[in-house]
Ligand binder design. Sequence first.
Ligand SMILES: [Zn+2]
Ligand SMILES: [Zn+2]
Ligand SMILES: [Zn+2]
Length: 157
Amino acid sequence: MAVPAGEVAFREALRAKGLRVTPNRLRVFRVLSRHSEALTTPQLVTLLIGEGLNPATVYRMMQQLTQAGLVHAVMVGHEHIGYELQSPYRAHHDHFICEACGRTFDLAECGLEEAVVRLAERNGFQVTAHHAELHGLCPDCQIAGRTGLRDGSAEAP
Ligand SMILES: [Zn+2]
Ligand SMILES: [Zn+2]
Ligand SMILES: [Zn+2]
């Protein structure tokens, strides 16, 4: 099997963060690199079924990888947390969360870098990365005339 792009760098980054390069961490990396959308812990467990990973293991691993800055946690729907690879393993992008249907969208272009860096510098901070989370109504919900927060009983389409 071919080694996915970025895996060599990912292995090096694990070592640099003091994390061992384990088969499970590489499995998670491969699954994440095959999906453009953020994956929740249950989704990761389902996708890695038969590989001996249980939800607790995956949950712990994702927390470690998030802390190490290798993956990024993003809200999926109104109450779930999904994970996706962090740049440089994945191109930088920000997120839009629809308040009506709860879906999370990747925004193709950023254009915020300069503005956020200026804002941070004015406040005395040095920026190494940013993640913007915009909230509002997605195109589908605008067309359907939906507004604001859903009642929480319906699942996202
Ligand atoms: Zn929507
Ligand atoms: Zn994303
Ligand atoms: Zn951005």
